[in-house]
Design a protein around this ligand. Structure first.
Ligand SMILES: NC(=O)c1ccc[n+]([C@@H]2O[C@H](COP(=O)([O-])OP(=O)(O)OC[C@H]3O[C@@H](n4cnc5c(N)ncnc54)[C@H](O)[C@@H]3O)[C@@H](O)[C@H]2O)c1
Ligand SMILES: O=c1ccn([C@@H]2O[C@H](COP(=O)(O)OP(=O)(O)O[C@H]3O[C@H](CO)[C@@H](O)[C@H](O)[C@H]3O)[C@@H](O)[C@H]2O)c(=O)[nH]1
Length: 465
């Protein structure tokens, strides 16, 4: 095999869709087919209206519409795409297990195993199988074992190529990746496979940004990268609590420490807590792996990152309750934002869900506005927690598409996502609309405190007293 000409990706989600679209865009000679068992998702990827794509990412629809039907295809015919491909990416979900051994911590690998078995069943010629999903260290071992025991003389080379894109900036991150990590065996065929995958990325990235390692280092590095990033957020959030008691200002502290080139300025924004489908899941996975090797101190060390994040979400909700005279029962609280960060429609593990849940426990009436997240998703997030009946959730929480109307007779506004548009609102009018005192709880540190106070708001910003 001299060059890859046919790629299949199993899993058309937040990673598979954007990643393969960029590969197709940058490698016009390679046919890329993204497959999924979810017919609805595939139909949306094939939709004629760019606003209907299942993933919202700035710049994504342009790239999809450029290549779709030429060398980029979305399909539910998984077997056909596997059969035709010389390189198969596995990009399916690997959520935290909700049952059995490792429940609540270990990664659920059932979707990965199904993919491996599917490939083993269908493949008739040699394939390179690439783990794109985030996986516990040594998962490639299990995939290898399934693939190598088919008895049909097909040779498989397994590579680990974890994805580092962040949602909201996926296209930028893919086009200008800091690094691409490729883990594979040091055998001649392993080396050849690593080089073939590297050649795909070299179509748009400088070679020195493509790092090759063994499979296990690659698998583990993905978990460690997320753990380090999340740890920074938890670290700064822990200090935000201290700032609120001491008249120190978290923005000034972040700036002061971030100027130290050894610390660096990124990922030091205090917030209502990190969300997203990855940070918590991957740290829990790291904790589980450490425990399974008897490394309890290592496990405890990383678990603290999650404990601090939970504390930050609870602290935010508690502060709303105590500031509003220790009761929010029957009070209208408007949520600006539900997504776990701006520029995405993804709500997985969003802090908003947990803050809402805590306030609903206190019988608050919540009205949610998010520019990209719809009613169905918001109720499904809440119902999933199972805290109260579906009827009760719909009675206590409403979803709106009118951010201004929502503020009429509201007691408070809580900012949960840092959507840029919130800065452009007519906050004077919002103040007029609200009951007084008009509370704003800024969980994303978006607005100018002095101006908000001048307008008459009772304004609370994370990390400032
Ligand atoms: N979301 C991110 O920003 C991000 C970034 C880096 C890495 N990751 C990792 O990438 C992986 C995928 O994440 P995601 O956010 O894209 O998940 P996702 O849930 O959005 O998409 C996964 C897709 O895989 C499909 N699928 C599951 N089993 C299948 C099977 N047997 N055959 C065909 N399709 C199947 C599902 O229907 C779903 O559409 C995870 O391991 C995640 O940890 C995610
Ligand atoms: O200074 C910061 C930075 C981030 N966050 C929050 O942290 C969460 C995660 O943000 P981010 O990392 O930007 O988005 P993700 O899409 O979750 O991306 C992370 O998780 C992906 C999935 O594994 C990795 O590929 C990325 O490299 C990694 O950044 C969000 O809720 C952010 O609001 C903060 O509160 N403060």
């Amino acid at each position: 095999m001299k060059k890859i000409s046919n790629i299949c990706c199993i899993g058309a989600g937040y990673v598979g869709g954007p990643t393969m679209s960029v590969i197709a865009h940058k490698c016009p000679d390679v046919k890329v087919t993204v497959v999924d068992i979810n017919q609805k998702r595939i139909d949306l990827w094939n939709h004629e209206n760019p606003d209907k794509l299942p993933v919202y990412e700035p710049g994504l629809s342009e790239i999809v519409f450029n290549s779709r039907g030429k060398n980029l295809f979305f399909s539910t015919d998984v077997d056909k795409a596997i059969d035709e491909a010389d390189m198969i990416f596995i990009s399916v979900n690997t959520p935290t297990k909700t049952y059995g051994k490792g429940k609540g911590q270990a990664a659920d690998l059932k979707f990965i195993e199904l993919c491996a078995r599917n490939i083993a069943r269908v493949a008739t010629n040699d394939k390179i199988v690439v783990e794109k999903s985030t996986l516990p260290v040594r998962t490639a071992e299990a995939i290898k074992s399934i693939l190598h025991n088919t008895g049909n003389n097909v040779r498989f080379e397994i590579l680990s190529n974890p994805e580092f894109l962040a949602e909201g900036t996926a296209i930028e991150d893919l086009l200008h990746a800091d690094r691409v990590l490729i883990g594979g065996d040091d055998t001649p065929s392993g080396q050849e496979a690593k080089n073939l995958l590297s050649a795909v990325y070299e179509n748009w990235l400088p070679k020195e940004r493509i790092l090759q390692t063994n499979v296990w280092s690659s698998e583990l590095s993905k978990l460690v990268a997320n753990a380090f990033l999340a740890q920074r957020v938890s670290s700064i959030n822990s200090i935000s609590a201290l700032c609120e008691r001491t008249e120190a200002n978290i923005a000034e502290v972040s700036r002061a420490i971030g100027h130290d080139s050894r610390i660096g300025a990124k990922f030091l924004n205090a917030s209502v807590g990190f969300g997203g489908s990855c940070f918590q899941k991957d740290i829990l996975n790291l904790v589980y792996i450490a425990k399974s090797f008897g490394l309890n101190e290592v496990a405890d060390y990383w678990e603290q990152v999650i404990i601090m994040n939970d504390y930050q979400k609870t602290r935010f909700a508690d502060n709303i309750i105590s500031t509003m005279f220790n009761t929010v029962s029957g009070k209208k609280i408007v949520f600006y934002g539900w997504a776990f960060k701006k520029d995405t429609n993804d709500t997985r593990e969003s802090a908003a869900i947990y803050v809402a849940n805590l306030l609903l426990e206190e019988q608050a009436n919540i009205v949610v506005y998010d520019p990209q997240v719809g009613e169905e998703q918001i109720y499904s997030d809440l119902d999933y927690l199972g805290t109260r009946s579906e009827e009760e959730n719909r009675k206590l929480l409403k979803v709106t598409t009118d951010y201004m109307e929502a503020t009429k007779d509201a007691h408070a506004i809580a900012i949960l996502t840092e959507w840029d548009e919130f800065k452009t609102y007519d906050w004077n009018q919002i103040h007029d609309n609200m009951l007084k005192p008009a509370f704003v709880f800024d969980g994303r540190r978006m607005l100018d405190k002095a101006k908000m106070q001048e307008m008459g708001f009772d304004y609370y910003k994370i990390g400032e007293s």
